[in-house]
Design a protein around this ligand. Structure first.
Ligand code: ADP
Ligand code: ADP
Length: 225
């Protein structure tokens, strides 16, 4: 089943054509990487899918419904950014539970779901810590948990591990893959690292100058000269 349909999406900023006529279908449970150099339009595409940026033209459908003009909080999408921006005055639990509180869920449900999300990212037992007491990798896991707890149908990740060292990045990559398999969650992962895209993706969409040049399985992309 096609989860996400991106149709002829374009976005200009003044005279800059950031995204030009991008179309992409993502199936349920699929992980697609948007791969391309800095400035090729990856973030803008992701932000439009998440509802944080308005397309100049084109449309976005989730489960067949047009969400082009639907605000982010009603889109069934979740977004994880490169810089996590956790609330430093709240402990880890409160950071993750925040979105559920906004939804006015019951205390018990908030506790269960928050603990489950922390467990998914390997942070069971870290609820009472402050973000400042965690490593960069752990903080980025909290950011991931904060999105997962809301149970998005589509998770959008914008270079989430770019600020971490190589070893940690590889470990978190594995974990994302595991979460994606276990929870069957549809994901779009933006990266400028070819290795990362090839390791993670079911399919890779290669962007250049605002356009998608190619969409293929990693083994097919890798065989290109
Ligand atoms: P990255 O290289 O990680 O994609 P960018 O520097 O492209 O990060 O973008 C970071 C943020 O700044 C985004 O919110 C993007 O929309 C915004 N941005 C990027 N380029 C410009 C620009 N020329 N003028 C204003 N905002 C910009
Ligand atoms: P990438 O994510 O591949 O690095 P972006 O989508 O961030 O690329 O940016 C694509 C182009 O659009 C770049 O030229 C960038 O400077 C420009 N851009 C992005 N966001 C803004 C913005 N808010 N205002 C002006 N220009 C922007």
């Amino acid at each position: 089943m096609t989860k996400l349909e991106v149709k002829n999406l374009s976005r200009t900023f003044g005279s800059t054509r950031a995204v030009e006529d991008v179309s992409l279908n993502v199936d349920e449970g699929e992980l697609v990487c948007l791969l391309g150099p800095s400035g090729s339009g990856k973030s803008t595409v992701l932000r439009m899918i998440g509802g944080f940026e308005r397309p100049s033209t084109g449309s976005i459908l989730i489960d067949g419904a047009d969400v082009t003009n639907v605000p982010p909080e009603r889109r069934a999408t979740g977004m994880v950014f490169q810089s996590h921006a956790l609330w430093t005055h709240m402990n880890v639990f409160a950071n993750v539970a925040f979105g559920l509180k906004l939804r006015r869920l019951g205390r018990e449900e908030i506790r269960t779901r928050t603990e489950r999300a922390l467990n998914m990212v390997g942070l069971t037992g870290y609820g009472n810590r402050r973000p400042s007491q965690l490593s960069g990798g752990q903080q980025q896991r909290v950011a991931l948990a904060r999105s997962l707890v809301l149970e998005p149908k589509i998770l959008l990740l914008d270079e989430p591990f770019a600020s971490l060292d190589q070893h940690l990045r590889e470990r978190l990559r594995e974990e994302v893959r595991e979460i994606q398999h276990r929870a069957g969650i549809t994901m779009i992962f933006v990266t400028h690292g070819q290795d990362e895209a090839l390791a993670l993706a079911d399919r890779v969409a290669i962007m250049r100058d605002g356009r998608i040049e190619q969409v293929d399985r990693p083994d097919v992309v890798y065989r290109q000269p």
